[in-house]
Design a protein around this ligand. Sequence first.
Ligand code: CA2
Length: 152
Amino acid sequence: MNKIIMILNGPNLNLLGQRETEVYGHKTLDDLKDICMKTVESSIFQIDFRQSNYEGELVQWVQECNNSNVAGLIINAGAYTHTSIALLDALKTQKTHIIELHLSNIYRREDYRSHSFISEAANGIICGLGSIGYQLAIEAIIKLNQEKTKDK
Ligand code: CA2
């Protein structure tokens, strides 16, 4: 059975490639989705790539990851990274591998971006590498799953 890697994108990431290209690059969200799909081509993994501007919807989707087919969760929570205890609580209920992801280096920007509420629930964090970060996060989830299989 194919394993699903859930990739959740938070508020305003639907605007990628249209504005603030000096910060977030020229790739659109659809471009990122294509990169993710290509990264799992000819593997047993499948990508479920979603975006929402609503905190509650993101919380709902995080809760869906308790399904046993989900091999990992990659989350770019956008600005909710810096505000959402609801997302942190939802992520903490998950047993799957979690990677927190940001296109930009949140530590080189405004001070308020240097704090993430959700890092506490993440296995690892990738930031500042633009679209490469999406590929690396997928590779990390795949490797974490291989480690788990080896342990058995
Ligand atoms: O660097 C990242 O990926 C962020 O998660 C992006 C969030 C920001 O609030 C985080 O601090 C870091 C913002 C995403 C907004 O994306 C836009 C794209 C184009 C135009 C305007 C916003």
